[in-house]
Design a protein around this ligand. Structure first.
Ligand code: ZN
Length: 259
């Protein structure tokens, strides 16, 4: 590793001043790869902060195009980019913010097969998706590949965030918390409102947890679910334990596809 350039030392100086990060931590971030599934309300702030922080490679997947109704909260996009695929639109924003970050934009809805190579290559996976089938697909591939999964969700004035550190055998997974995989709930989510800054608060929390995992710093949210009531502005913490009868993570042989 050649070390940081003068311009990088300036760009990241407020990180380097933190003894928990320093030059070594910043070099670790530059060598890291984070997969972000979803370039919407959560993926926008998560990607912007991870890029600003100097994570070397970001892969961002989304199957939608930028719509006027997105711009109230999806701050990685812009009025001038309405109609563009969201991964391309956010790549433009990230390149302008920090051209040193390598951004891979992946267009299309993700299933397990499409996720597999990206998850395999990632150090941390951020679930910023908006539907249960994608969330469960991400979870299954992260279990198979033993990757830390940083999960977030927002609806109306409520937010939640959790880490499933699937590198550890005793970690709960997303399916331990939400065993149902039904699609009917998604339809209702699509017509519910979202208080714009909640997406920022939760997406930024996901970025913070991702950086902490990459730098092995502090205590991650593994085994904890944080619930935010945005109207009262109060956080609740729920302890999460592995469900020993979980259909996704407990005592099941890996599908042949992952062998
Ligand atoms: Zn599980």
């Amino acid at each position: 590793m050649a070390g940081l350039t003068d311009s990088q030392l300036l760009r990241y100086s407020r990180h380097i001043l933190l003894p928990q990060i320093g030059i070594e931590g910043q070099e670790t971030l530059a060598r890291s790869h984070v997969l972000i599934v979803g370039a919407g309300g959560l993926g926008s702030p998560a990607a912007l902060y991870l890029a600003a922080s100097g994570v070397g490679r970001l892969t961002i997947c989304d199957g939608d195009t930028v719509d006027l109704t997105n711009l109230q909260r999806q701050i990685g996009h812009a009025t001038s980019r309405i109609g563009q695929p969201k991964p391309d639109s956010i790549r433009f924003a990230l390149a302008d913010l920090n051209p040193e970050v390598g951004v891979i934009a992946v267009d299309g809805r993700m299933d397990e097969n499409r996720l597999l190579p990206y998850v395999t290559d990632a150090d941390v996976v951020v679930d910023a998706s908006d539907n249960f089938s994608t969330r469960h697909a991400i979870n299954r591939v992260c279990i198979a590949r033993r990757k830390p999964l940083v999960s977030g969700a927002v609806v109306r004035f409520d937010g939640q965030v959790a880490v499933f550190d699937l590198r550890r055998a005793d970690s709960p997974c997303y399916h331990c918390l939400f065993p149902a995989e039904g699609e009917d709930h998604d339809t209702r989510c699509a017509v519910m409102g979202v208080f714009a800054p909640l997406a920022g608060i939760i997406g930024c929390t996901q970025a913070a947890e991702t950086l902490k995992i990459l730098l092995d710093m502090g205590q991650s949210l593994n085994h904890r679910l944080l619930l935010l009531d945005g109207l009262a502005m109060t956080w609740r913490t729920i302890r999460l334990n592995k469900d020993t009868s979980c259909g996704a993570c407990s005592a099941t042989p890996q599908p042949a596809a992952y062998a």
